[in-house]
Write a protein that binds this ligand. Structure first.
Ligand code: 8DG
Length: 137
């Protein structure tokens, strides 16, 4: 557990399509861990619900509109730059085609593959993928 460190609450959304693929994005230059691959999402702002934050972040980052999500898990991770609490959701339906609206690269990955074909991944992305594999299709 963290001790006396501010908590950064983050909403992360795993887009899962009907072919069993999920989406990763590459963190842009200028952010901590630039170049690392992650599940799309970002910080929850004051007063937002997890879903509000997810809807806003996926609109900003990917240009898509979501109407629902399923809670998958909550994870904590103690990075040198921040102590992060990640609220992870799965999204199976969205409007629009995901695009790298912040100049970031995107990559669809098959859930049936043990390891993503892109690297490196943010450390906290690994346990999310493990949870995702336990989901019933
Ligand atoms: N989006 C996302 N963030 C993750 C993952 N794993 C993980 O540890 N994080 C951490 C990294 C960051 O410390 C934090 C997310 O912050 P961010 O910098 O992406 O958020 P943001 O877009 O709102 O940031 P900002 O530039 O507006 O300050 O969560 C993940 O898979 N996806």
């Amino acid at each position: 557990m963290q001790a006396n460190r501010p908590v950064t609450e983050v909403a992360a959304g795993i887009l899962l399509d009907k072919e069993g693929r999920y989406l990763l994005g590459q963190r842009p230059e200028g952010k901590p861990y630039a170049g690392y691959w992650e599940v799309p999402g970002g910080k929850i702002e004051g007063g937002e619900s997890v879903f509000d934050a997810l809807k806003r972040e996926l609109q900003e980052e990917l240009g898509i509109d979501i109407e629902s999500s399923e809670d998958l898990t909550v994870l904590e991770y103690d990075y040198p730059h921040a102590y992060v609490l990640l609220h992870v959701s799965v999204i199976r339906q969205w409007k629009g085609v995901p695009a790298g609206c912040e100049g970031q690269q995107l990559s669809w990955q098959l859930l049936s593959e043990k390891v993503p074909s892109v690297e490196p991944l943010l450390p906290a992305a690994w346990p999310m993928l493990e949870k995702l594999r336990l989901l019933q299709p």
